[in-house]
Design a protein around this ligand. Structure first.
Ligand code: SF4
Ligand code: SF4
Length: 239
């Protein structure tokens, strides 16, 4: 089976994940998250194509087959299907345009990659999973309690990761994994999926139109924003 996209982008993606871990180490937050606490592992997680490629290629041939079988067996009929990306949302806000309605409910069910409370692709999990934390038990309260600075950090990293894969697309993990495993490709044009069973499942990624960092966090995150910009700029200048 082919590699699902390679090159410098993937190295930058890994650096962005590492930078997030370092940045979170500097944040005053007391998450109650622990092993096998998995209420947050729902079938609604989304990711970029680049992240999905990294996840796929972390698995051997057997692992990919297992992943495909597992998603097919546990395929969530109801799941969050994004109508816009994070940068798309930022652009619509800038343009004062209407935000499309989306349906997203944790009650849609568990992530198909969850086994006995553990993630079967933990090391290669996408940013959407890495960003999950709570200062109170989600299972008990019914929602995650996330400090505002962490929400801002998460949005900043989501915007950067999408920008890195700006010629790609984003979608629900189950759809994206099955799509890549099917061996299909549509480059940067989701229009090629018109009339197929994949139509309407993915959205184009976009460049960052503006960073959604509120004024109260801008000074605190100034160096981090420079570091992220440096990672993206370094990629451009080195081709
Ligand atoms: S985000 Fe919530 S459900 Fe997920 S590990 Fe943390 S406390 Fe548990
Ligand atoms: S991919 Fe792993 S970490 Fe992410 S929601 Fe699924 S089981 Fe949880």
């Amino acid at each position: 089976m082919n590699s699902h996209g390679v090159g410098p982008d993937r190295d930058v993606l890994k650096k962005i994940y590492s930078l997030y871990d370092r940045a979170m180490g500097d944040v005053d937050v007391a998450p109650v998250c622990r092993k096998k606490c998995s209420t947050c592992c729902t079938c609604n997680v989304t990711l970029t194509r680049l992240e999905a490629g990294l996840l796929m290629d972390s698995l051997g041939m057997e692992g990919k087959k297992d992943l495909g079988d597992r998603i097919q067996q546990r395929f969530p009929e109801k799941r969050y299907i994004p109508r816009m990306t994070t940068n798309g949302f930022a652009r619509l806000c800038m343009e004062d345009r209407e935000i499309p309605e989306e349906e997203n409910d944790p009650a849609f069910g568990a992530c198909p990659l969850l086994e006995d409370g553990l993630c079967m692709v933990y090391e290669a999990r996408p940013f959407g999973c890495r960003a999950l934390l709570s200062e109170t038990r989600c299972g008990r309260e019914g929602f995650a309690r996330v400090p505002p600075l962490v929400l801002t950090l998460n949005t900043l990293f989501l915007q950067t990761i999408e920008h890195l894969d700006q010629n790609g697309f984003s979608g629900n993990l189950s759809d994206m994994a099955l799509f890549l495993l099917s061996g299909r490709s549509f480059g940067s044009n989701t229009g090629n999926l018109h009339g197929t069973c994949w139509e309407g499942l993915f959205v184009h990624n976009e460049q960052i139109p503006m960073l959604m960092v509120p004024p109260k966090h801008q000074r605190r995150l100034k160096d981090l924003m420079e570091d992220l910009k440096g990672l993206l700029t370094g990629l451009t200048s080195s081709g």
